[in-house]
Design a protein around this ligand. Structure first.
Ligand code: APR
Length: 233
């Protein structure tokens, strides 16, 4: 069994934009009209749990209606020739819906909830979550989302995977949120980096092997994947 070359793909909200999910920065900093700290922080949940639960219920209901786009789907095709790991900041399940076989969620998942008392007690959950939905020990359940100010449990895993990358592809992220944005610094010097974003926010001078593709995910990713598949002769 030939050892397939490792390609790591770091994705953000931009790859799901053409599926109909709003990006964060394009919503001029408000999330469905809310300040981010009101609906995506432990303090916000403490202050007004119903508001937070309703905010994620709305996003969960919306996610039931949307489908992957050719950006997600072409990354699946890449698996024919490469060992592909997707590291995503997105909490949607569009990479999984498209068929990607290895997806690491840095910021959690909308279709999962967890105990407020034990972060490792995680349940699949596709319906609304309300006050009074409790874990088996009687503790309130909360969205399985990494809120601002909380630790990123999958960070070490993501760094380890990125260090193995022969090629890094970054799609649809403004690289403004850490530690996710720091992953670009963990690839080896010789690894080519492809950055797909219509309004790329990466400093070209800081990476010698960087190719910026100033296109949307559905325009840029299928073409890049064809190139990488074709390259393999
Ligand atoms: N195709 C590709 N990229 C796109 C598209 C598209 N059709 N439309 C927009 N973009 C790009 C934007 O130019 C921007 O660079 O996607 C990026 C989206 O950036 P953000 O809205 O900041 O989303 P993201 O980088 O994923 O945010 C990271 O911040 O708000 C927190 O936890 C939240 O995971 C999120 C994190």
């Amino acid at each position: 069994m030939s050892q397939k070359e490792k390609i790591v793909v770091l994705t953000g909200a931009g790859i799901s934009a053409e599926s109909g999910l709003k990006t964060f920065r394009d919503s001029n900093g408000l999330w469905e009209g809310h300040d981010v700290m009101e609906v995506a922080s432990p303090q916000g949940f403490e202050r007004n749990p119903e508001l937070v639960l309703d905010f994620y219920n709305q996003r969960r209901r919306q996610l039931l209606e949307v489908l992957p786009n050719t950006g997600h789907e072409s990354l699946v095709a890449l698996e024919k020739k490469y060992d592909v790991s997707i590291i995503t900041q997105n909490v949607d399940n569009l990479h999984e819906q498209a068929g990607s076989s290895h997806v690491v969620h840095l910021h959690g998942e909308l279709f999962k909830v967890r105990s407020t008392q034990n972060e490792n007690n995680v349940l699949d959950w596709k319906r609304d979550l309300i006050l009074g939905d409790l874990d088996e020990n009687g503790f309130q359940l909360r969205p399985h989302i990494v809120w601002f100010g909380e630790m990123v449990p999958m960070l070490e895993t993501a760094i380890h995977i990125t260090q193995q990358a022969k090629t890094l592809i970054i799609i649809g992220t403004s690289m403004q949120v850490y530690p996710a944005a720091s992953l670009i610094n963990f690839v080896t010097r010789e690894a080519p980096i492809y950055f797909v974003d219509p309004k790329p926010s990466v400093d070209k001078s800081s990476f010698e092997n960087l190719t910026v593709i100033s296109k949307t995910a559905t325009e840029g990713v299928p073409t890049l994947v064809d190139q990488l598949l074709g390259k393999e002769t």
